[in-house]
Design a protein. Structure first.
Ligand code: BEZ
Length: 344
């Protein structure tokens, strides 16, 4: 069994056509068929059902495709990592989710540059899940995000938990109330903005029974551009990050509006269209129209994670972690110091 045979098999499995697969991998159709026949003979297993159209895999072929495509993807990752190890890029490529940029990231980069004046940093706005693929492909060396990831290639450092604050329009009756409770906010339209939802494993097996402050859910009338209004379903309540925070207290907000990102959500709050919860580092945004208030609940927080490859190759990655801790110490922020696996 060799790589050529495996690539031929993957192409046929994905394209369901001998001629399309032959074109894709740059072979004649007879050569492709020979490779596949040889693979099946070597394994002593029929992988492709050639007697029915459209062409499809046998049960054994489907099993083999699932497993071997994962292995070949991993092999590409290893080849890419090895190439980067022998010729590391001088620039440090950092992926971040937008809510991180409003907080300490600029200060952390400035601290890193002070101790490493020659360093070249590229910042890339990438969603939490895409950061994992970007780390494996070498597009970024390090990623800052707000969601945990379990991946055999990735190491994760929990930097800290940042408290959420409530963002209310300045004219809102609760705008000047300090130390707010979620139950008192449940009667408002909550603006949701997360693109990434909690992984299914985070969701409790049984959905907690929820109560709304009015006992009913309302759907709003007309949709606005870039927004969608809908009745809240039980599953969404626990997978959507903000609804999950409310659901932890058995609360279901009165109504919700979903928008494309954090900036749009704060724009709607500023326009008096509803309220939202944002990490505390956002509380300098649009302060003329928005009042930010603390929540009494200590566990209503958003974690900040650093992700990198387990076998990270860029020499400045530990410097970036040191710069982060330095900024935390200067600002008196509570955190638990951790080390990369390779430094333990
Ligand atoms: C923070 O706010 O804790 C943070 C922001 C960006 C990078 C690392 C940490």
């Amino acid at each position: 069994m060799d790589l050529k045979q495996l690539n031929a098999f993957i192409a046929v499995a994905e394209l369901r056509s001998f001629s399309a697969a032959a074109t894709k991998i740059g072979l004649s159709q007879p050569s492709l068929s020979r490779l596949l026949k040889q693979l099946e003979t070597d394994m002593g297993v029929m992988l492709i059902d050639r007697y029915h159209r459209p062409l499809h895999l046998t049960e054994a072929g489907t099993f083999f495709y699932d497993k071997i495509s994962t292995i070949l993807t991993e092999m590409d990752t290893v080849v890419g990592m090895t190439q980067r190890l022998s010729a590391p890029s001088s620039a440090l490529n950092i992926g971040f989710v937008p809510s991180i940029l409003y907080g300490l990231l600029p200060e952390i980069i400035a601290t890193l540059k002070q101790s490493n004046p020659e360093i070249d940093v590229n910042l890339k706005d990438i969603s939490s899940y895409q950061q994992i693929e970007a780390l494996k492909s070498g597009d970024i060396d390090i990623g800052f995000g707000r969601f945990a990831h379990q991946d055999p290639w990735i190491q994760q450092i929990l930097l800290r938990h940042e408290r959420y604050v409530v963002a209310l329009p300045k004219a809102h009756p609760l705008a000047n109330v300090r130390e707010q409770r979620l139950i008192d906010l449940a009667n408002n339209r909550l603006i949701l903005y997360h693109q990434t939802h909690l992984p299914v494993s985070t969701v409790p097996e049984t959905v907690p029974e929820t109560v709304s402050s009015t006992g009913t859910h309302k759907t709003l009338g007309q949709n606005k551009k870039n927004t969608s209004h809908h009745q809240v379903s039980a599953t969404e309540q626990v997978k959507e990050p903000l609804l999950y925070l409310f659901a932890q207290y058995g609360i279901s907000p009165f109504m919700t509006t979903t928008v494309s990102d954090l900036q749009v959500a704060l724009g709607l709050v500023a326009a008096g269209e509803g309220i939202t919860l944002v990490p505390a580092s956002l509380k300098t945004v649009r302060t003329e129209q928005i009042s930010y208030q603390r929540l009494i609940h200590e566990n209503v927080t958003s974690p900040i994670y650093l992700h990198t490859l387990k076998d990270f190759v860029h020499p400045n990655i530990p410097d970036l972690l040191r710069a982060t801790y330095h900024v935390y110490e200067q600002r008196g922020i509570t955190y638990r110091r951790q080390k990369f696996e390779s430094q333990r």
